[in-house]
Design a protein. Sequence first.
Length: 221
Amino acid sequence: MEPDLHELLRSLRVWAPGVTTLPAFDPAAAPADPLPLFASWFAEAVAAGQPEPHTMSLATSDEEGLPDVRTVMLHGADTDAWTFATHATSRKGRQLAARPYAALGFYWHVQGRQIRVRGPVTTAPPAESLADLHARSTGALAAALTGRQSEPLESLEALAQASETAWARAQEDPEAPSPTWTLYRLRADEVEFFQGDERRRHVRLRYVRSGGGWGKELLWP
């Protein structure tokens, strides 16, 4: 018997006691730039036991302007950009080539927090992309060497064979290149911090880049 999706959805809770603790957030005490607040919230998410806090939604649009979204891993963040990586020949790589603008979304349920980032995207130099890849695990290199991301797959057996070959090469040559592997840098125009509240008085603080600095404003929940 198939589950009753409607009833299942109604049975679920958001921010259940014992799972989520909603910390206070005073936007008046927020720093002038979004990066220090992001770093602080990220560290707090790790300390609170948030699973995989470095995963994020990446939203892009295709040549016709139609949206697309998937989950990827944050590779770094500094005053210049938030960084992630993929194959330039993948679906998202092609979309970023056509429309080099994207949005990121983090959701950390253990503290009822969200962070949204959006802005133009550029590619890092090939040497930087390669260094980023080689700083990661053998599995990451093997996945990059397998390649053909987003292309039609004829069978799981074909994937297993290609993966085994890629794993062997990654183990034998940890410095093996993957020409299409690309590090992308999103320079934020806007960064929004959302702190959930049990009475639904959620606090939303948005940073907007203005000239050489940042402006801040509160948003209604």
